[in-house]
Design a protein around this ligand. Sequence first.
Ligand code: KIV
Length: 270
Amino acid sequence: MAAEARKAVTTASLRRMKAAGERIAVLTAYDASFTQRLEEAGVEVILVGDSLGMVIQGRESTLGVHMEDMIYHAACVARAGRYALRVVDMPFMSYASTAQGLANAARLMAEGGAHMVKLEGGEVVLDTVAALAARGIPVCAHLGLTPQSVNQLGGYRVQGREAADAERLQADALALQEAGASMLVLECVPAALAGAVSRSLEIPVIGIGAGPDCDGQVLVLYDMLGITPGRRPVFSRDFLREAGDIPAALRAYVEAVKSGAFPAAEHSFS
Ligand code: KIV
């Protein structure tokens, strides 16, 4: 599509994509150069994830990431961004109370150029989600494996395999939508559960390790380029090795998400 004809992605256009059955391609980015490449490849949503704590800062978890880090990287992305909707993670404990959540989300929007903020959790964040949404701050919720709770979860494990956990996740997803969330990320949950949640909600559901039946997919950029140190998560795919160069890898990812070729069964959990 000619650059002039391309329209910026909005929460409304994402809902229309869901309604039309068009899958949404999401990737993380933390800087200006990759942001431009992601947009050229047709990525609709860029997530400035607190995964930057691990892939940029070399931490063992996301828990040490600060508001200043998120604002810095969000602003780098915002300077280059033209079309993609920019979602920025609220770091660990930056929304421990609703008042804190409001103040920090405002900074991510005003100083970081975020279009939407993302926070983790179910029932415990409902009031904060409602307060943000009521003040015009779009919210992406995050359920399933919520990395900020890794110590409570006992590791990076698939969530929602037990019937009671699956029921709670479904109830939380609906409650978050009712509280005003505009989007939901589901991380590392069985494919059948993620499909059921996606079909039951009006808002777009973006999966990572959540099977093919979500409304869109997200991966950590460095995982899908095969440059994250250590073992590649099983739900990811090394698009750079297959495609040969970064622009081709990004285009291949977008195409694979759109066609439903990614994620395959080997990237999903039962
Ligand atoms: O921080 C991040 O990159 C994320 C994705 C893994 C969804 O939250």
